[in-house]
Design a binder for this molecule. Structure first.
Ligand SMILES: [Zn+2]
Ligand SMILES: [Zn+2]
Length: 205
């Protein structure tokens, strides 16, 4: 499983998703933001960290969108602070059970629906802000972790162009990244292929 091979700092252990912005960095911890600024683009330096200028990502390799190389993709995603936080921050029991109740088949179906309806179009409602950073939907967390949360992120990470309908191959690619994330996050729990019943969590103050 890919996350185990990641030997990078774990901001996620101490930072809550809500505390972190898409453009946050902690460059001293090797946690950056690769979303280009207008200035970086004008200089032809997009792909660098917008704060410290580091160039650690082999973008050509990532943008091949080759699932057999997804260990590398996850490793690099985790060098962007916002992804790191969503990959490694603690998930609430409600979020975990949301995933466990659905099971693999339904999670996959739901991920497809979410991607098609929220990020799949040429123009999407509230582009850049359409995927919540809170709540109990593990798919939303997976989207932020894998840069499939909006078309801006999909473009600069995966090389999927904005302003186009998401193609089936790219849709499937994003679904696989999302499922890899979910498998990893639920690996110590009993995730099944099919739905399962789990008791509700009682509110405890
Ligand atoms: Zn940096
Ligand atoms: Zn995004």
């Amino acid at each position: 499983m890919p996350f185990e091979r990641i030997s990078i700092p774990k901001a996620g252990a101490k930072v809550k998703p809500l505390d972190v912005k898409c453009t946050s960095t902690s460059c001293g911890d090797n946690l950056h933001c690769f979303k280009a600024t207008k200035k970086l683009i004008a200089q032809g330096n997009d792909g660098q960290c917008r704060d410290c200028g580091t160039e650690i990502v082999d973008w050509e390799r990532i943008r091949k969108r080759d699932l057999s190389d997804s260990d590398y993709t996850f490793q690099m995603l985790n060098h962007e602070l916002i992804r790191n936080v969503f990959c490694l921050s603690e998930l609430s029991e409600r979020t975990i059970r949301y995933g466990l109740r659905k099971g693999r088949h339904e999670l996959r179906e739901t991920a497809r629906k979410v991607l098609l309806s929220k990020v799949g179009g040429e123009n999407n409602y509230r582009e850049g802000y359409q995927t919540p950073k809170t709540g109990n939907n593990i798919i939303h967390y997976a989207q932020h972790a894998t840069a499939s949360c909006c078309r801006k992120c999909m473009e600069y990470w995966h090389g999927i162009p904005m302003g186009t309908k998401l193609e089936e191959a790219d849709l499937n690619y994003c679904i696989e990244l999302i499922m890899t994330y979910i498998e990893e996050r639920l690996k110590d729990r009993n995730l099944l292929d099919e739905r399962q019943k789990l008791p509700r969590i009682k509110k405890s103050g």
